[in-house]
Design a protein around this ligand. Structure first.
Ligand code: IMP
Length: 193
């Protein structure tokens, strides 16, 4: 494989995935390099389904191997919500801030703050489809801390750290994150091929 398209329109995800893939001898493109591509509606009931839908569309439209990411935040006390609905937890077109504030409100007075990010990375190539999974466990804190990262990062404290994802450097986040772990599995798969 000499070329790969990141099948995402989220510039934060593209930035993180590009950094993790930067040591590979592969040209990493993204959907931003193909303005004719349409936006994929994430209407599947699972992360696997949405990740595959995005990568299949981009591969079929370009003929270039495509790698997508679908991620959810799963909060134990909320029975795994917001999960696959993490992007629109506070409603269609909700901002990151709207979603974080809704989460903090739902967890007000709640003692069990355990949560995990789960990422599914889907690879679609001329020879087939593969899924790679990554989980990062932690806690939802009661107020926002830090200005790095995106999404729920300011309220997520990964296990073993006293800084939120929004306080950690991009290097450290990529090393321990759900996305970092899933993309590392993809890299291992490429190396074993
Ligand atoms: P999706 O994978 O584009 O459906 O993303 C779901 C939502 O999860 C995003 O809109 C973000 O709010 C959140 N999210 C995804 N990845 C991360 C992350 O690495 N940190 C914090 N929030 C994230």
């Amino acid at each position: 494989m000499d070329k790969l398209i990141l099948a995402s329109r989220n510039k934060h995800k593209i930035q993180e995935m590009s950094e993790i893939l930067s040591d590979l001898d592969i040209q990493v493109l993204s959907t931003a390099d193909f303005p004719e591509l349409e936006e994929v509606v994430e209407d599947q009931p699972t992360l696997d389904g949405n990740a595959l839908k995005k990568a299949r569309y981009v591969f079929q439209a370009t003929g270039i191997p495509a790698l997508s990411d679908d991620t959810g935040l799963e909060v134990e006390e909320l029975d795994g919500a917001p999960g696959v609905y993490s992007a629109r937890y506070a409603g269609e077109n909700a901002s990151y801030q709207d979603n974080v504030l809704k989460l903090l409100a739902e967890l007000e007075q709640v003692e069990n703050r355990k949560a995990q990010f789960r990422t599914v990375v889907a690879l679609v190539t001329p020879t087939g489809e593969h899924l790679f999974h990554g989980i990062c466990k932690g806690q939802i804190i009661t107020e926002q801390r830090g200005d790095k990262g995106f999404g729920y990062d300011p309220v997520f404290l990964p296990d073993g750290f006293d800084k939120t994802f929004a306080e950690l450097t991009a290097e450290v986040k990529n090393e321990i994150s759900h996305r970092g772990r899933a993309v590392q599995k993809f890299i291992q798969y490429l190396k074993a091929d």
